[in-house]
Write a protein that binds this ligand. Structure first.
Ligand code: XUL
Length: 521
């Protein structure tokens, strides 16, 4: 059996997916939710409460405990993990873990939980995650040190960005210099999980590594210029990045003895959840755009040549299948949709009906700025939910119009801020929890004037991990893997229901209002 395991450690959950690469089948699909399944970490949405809305950290031990819990459930279900020939996976991007001692210097014993054994290795109790926006000063300092944002962008593919790892590392160095000095190794969420699995310090790949503001994309090496602008001795705390298909270790004796993995099972470098989804969505070649509707909404696509965003919101990352990809991320994705639905009292089926049946494209001119949490695209540090239109709408007395309005605003933002890619997508593949909602897909099709399809496999990031393991370990080619696992579901095909000009007026107003809000905050 050609079984390959993909893991996805995302903001709110950990998922495992095993494929039988030869049969073209998914043989295991298991997930746990941090908030529900690990309540002792007090993180209902995957991160810790903080009175400063800009600060978003998670407990890295929650991610570690989740690995133990998920594998024990898989074992309990009777799935034989010794059939797995290779493992890879992904993590939420940009988050960083600070270790006093690189993994590998202690051997984990199956007698005790992993979290208990990792606890003494942490140089910092919490890990800043991608939702953190507290590092504006550090971004300015890094940019100034190298001669401006254009220089940071030219080297790393993105200007200095609050949630990116470099500015986060700088803030840690400034606020807790002694803990920074005691840090011997800094890992991304992705490489941290790969390190936990292999029991040794695993390297970051080019896909996730590009989200640090520290990688020189032209050479795929850490940039000495950006490292010294960020914090002292950083070159000693970061391992060199590697190509995504590099083997970084084998499953450690902890997983062999406790969960039955075969000794020597290769672990392939983990990557970011978005680069992994690019693979899982079969979109590693240019021409197809992917919209991922998760905790964050992201738009991404493979690129034939790296092209940076003149507005400064888009990013260039390594494409795990080779070459580059672009990405634009919006913090107000599913959490914002959920908060709005709660505010106006709609459940998920009613939210879908509201868009498909009860309202019309353009929403009679009603407009919403959907900012519940600080936004990075565009930069809105003081979130505000603002409604424009007739008084019933602005008082949130029309739940159906409110539902359509948030989705229209999100789609208009996605379209506007992804225009630097240069090619208008005619085909979009949608993934993530909210891609099940046909109302949302219809609005995306209408705003982008493109055909939208989804996949049968919900978790494209975990699937991407399994496919990457199959490619790197099993030598199976991308084309045959994509053909077997990444076919779109024809039943989900949604085409535009309005003509090209239908959103012109709303787009103009949205752009004016969002620019005014972004300038003010
Ligand atoms: C991408 C980003 C988010 C996280 C979410 O730049 O910050 O999409 O990867 O998991």
């Amino acid at each position: 059996m050609a079984h390959y395991l993909g893991l996805d450690s995302s903001t709110q959950s950990l998922s495992a997916l095993v494929i039988d690469a030869e049969a073209g089948q998914i043989v295991l699909d298991e997930s746990l939710n941090f908030g529900k399944d690990l309540p002792e970490f007090a993180s209902p949405h995957g991160f810790l409460d903080n009175e400063d809305a800009r600060i978003k950290h998670s407990d890295p031990l929650m991610w570690v405990a989740a690995v133990d819990l998920l594998f024990s459930r898989i074992k309990q279900k009777g799935f034989d993990l010794s059939s797995v020939r290779g493992v890879s996976g992904a993590g939420q991007q940009h988050g960083s873990v600070y270790l006093k001692m690189p993994l590998g210097e202690t051997r984990f014993t199956p007698e005790r939980s992993l979290a208990d054994q990792v606890r003494p290795l942490l140089a910092r109790k919490t890990a800043p995650i991608w939702m953190d926006s507290s590092t504006s000063a550090e971004c300015r300092e890094i940019a100034a040190a190298v001669g401006g944002d254009a220089r940071v962008t030219a080297i790393s593919g993105s200007r200095a960005i609050e949630r990116f790892t470099g500015p986060q590392i700088r803030r840690f160095f400034k606020t807790d210099p002694s803990a920074y000095a005691a840090t011997r190794e800094i890992q991304l969420v992705s490489s941290f999980i790969a390190s936990i699995l292999s029991g040794r310090s695993a390297a970051v790949d080019f896909g996730d590594g590009a989200g640090m503001n520290l990688l020189d994309l032209s050479r795929c090496e850490l940039s000495p210029e950006l490292m010294s602008a960020t914090a002292p001795e950083l070159d000693r705390k970061l391992r060199p990045a590697v190509a995504s298909r590099t083997q970084v270790g084998t499953m450690s004796s902890y997983f062999v003895e406790k969960y039955g993995f075969k000794e020597g099972t290769p672990v392939i470098a983990f990557t970011g959840d978005n680069p992994s989804s690019l693979v899982g969505m079969g979109a590693t070649a240019p021409g197809t755009a992917v919209i991922s509707l998760g905790t964050s909404d992201t738009v991404f696509a493979a690129m034939s040549a790296p092209r940076t965003d003149p507005r400064g919101f888009g990013h260039v990352f390594g494409n795990p299948a080779g070459g580059f990809m672009c990405l634009i991320c919006f913090a107000n994705g599913s959490l914002a949709r959920e908060k709005l639905a709660e505010k106006v009292g709609l459940d998920w089926p009613a939210f879908e009906r509201a868009i498909l049946k009860d309202t019309q494209p353009g929403n009679g001119g009603a407009l919403l700025l959907p900012y519940f949490v600080p936004e990075m695209t565009p930069k809105i540090l003081k979130p505000e939910l603002r409604a424009f239109g007739d008084s019933e709408f602005t008082r949130f007395e029309q739940p159906a119009r409110a539902a359509r309005a948030i989705v229209e605003a999100q789609a208009l933002a996605m379209q506007r801020y992804s225009d630097f890619i240069g090619e208008k997508p005619t085909k979009i593949r949608a993934t993530g929890g909210a891609a099940k909602n046909r109302g949302i897909l219809q609005v995306i099709a209408d705003v982008f004037q493109a055909e939208v399809t989804t996949f049968k496999v919900g978790n494209s990031s975990a699937l991407g991990g399994a496919l990457r393991a199959a490619e790197a370990v099993g030598g199976l080619g991308w084309a045959s893997l994509s053909e077997r696992f990444c076919a779109t579901d024809p039943g989900t095909r949604v085409t535009p229901s309005v003509g090209p000009g239908a959103y012109d007026e709303l787009r103009r107003r949205f752009e004016a209002e969002v620019d005014a809000l972004a300038t003010r905050t």
